[in-house]
Design a protein around this ligand. Sequence first.
Ligand code: NAD
Length: 259
Amino acid sequence: MQQPRTALVTGSTSGIGLAVAEALAAEGCRIMLNGLGTPEQIEAARAKLAAHGVEVDFHGADLASAAGVEDLVRATEARFGGVDILVNNAGIQHTARIEDFPAERWDAILAINLSAAFHALRCALPGMQARGFGRIINIASVHGQVGSVDKSAYVAAKHGVIGLTKVAALENAEANITCNAICPGWVLTPLVQKQIDARAARDGLDNAAAERALLAEKQPSLRFTRPEDIGGAVVFLCSRAADNITGSEITLDGGWTAR
Ligand code: NAD
């Protein structure tokens, strides 16, 4: 990181987003946290980051609405004077075959996993362009590169995020604003624990056996990518060495998409 910057990380009260926010705080960034959670969870996250000696604030915008996303970006600009690093991370999952997929879940996944990233870009880019600096990292997924059964909305949204990443990169290629996607395979967070629980219940497995089965099916390394590994990739994309990387994908998937 070349100097203290302001980072807005969506969905940073849990899992990957919290690890990314902490990695950026450790680099001296001011942080705007966002996401759902109890007041105690939010305060614990804020305190954990503030321990790095940086300013940390929280905004509880619901990213399912365009107005919520706009409010979040404007509040970050008002609090810290601008958004230098934008990490579009918030995401939800629902699994069902297409013919059984609730339309309301489709709409929610597209809104939070894809449209929220568009609205955040739409609102944050003018400020980045005016200041001549921006680092945008979209947390996509291997499901932005390949499909899996029962995940129509998630796979469609994540493929959309990869497309959005490329267009934002092209439109800002000469503006010292980069836009890249990170594509994790399985990372053990609450989002994935729900899928492990569902597999354990379906197949009569204990948690450890359900974890092994989940990994064996997709991730050749047979281990989870760590949330802090995603944090490290984000810090790299904000480093000087990465200042000509744009429109790219960094995949941390233990070999998932290699076969
Ligand atoms: P998580 O459930 O631990 O965290 C999701 C975060 O998004 C939470 O902070 C939650 O409060 C927030 N969020 C959800 N709905 C929101 C809303 N309407 N408004 C504001 N915030 C909202 O999940 P995670 O695994 O850390 O996922 C983070 C991102 O990483 C997601 O985009 C997910 O698709 C992606 N991802 C996860 C994995 C994995 O294996 N865990 C793999 C690939 C990609």
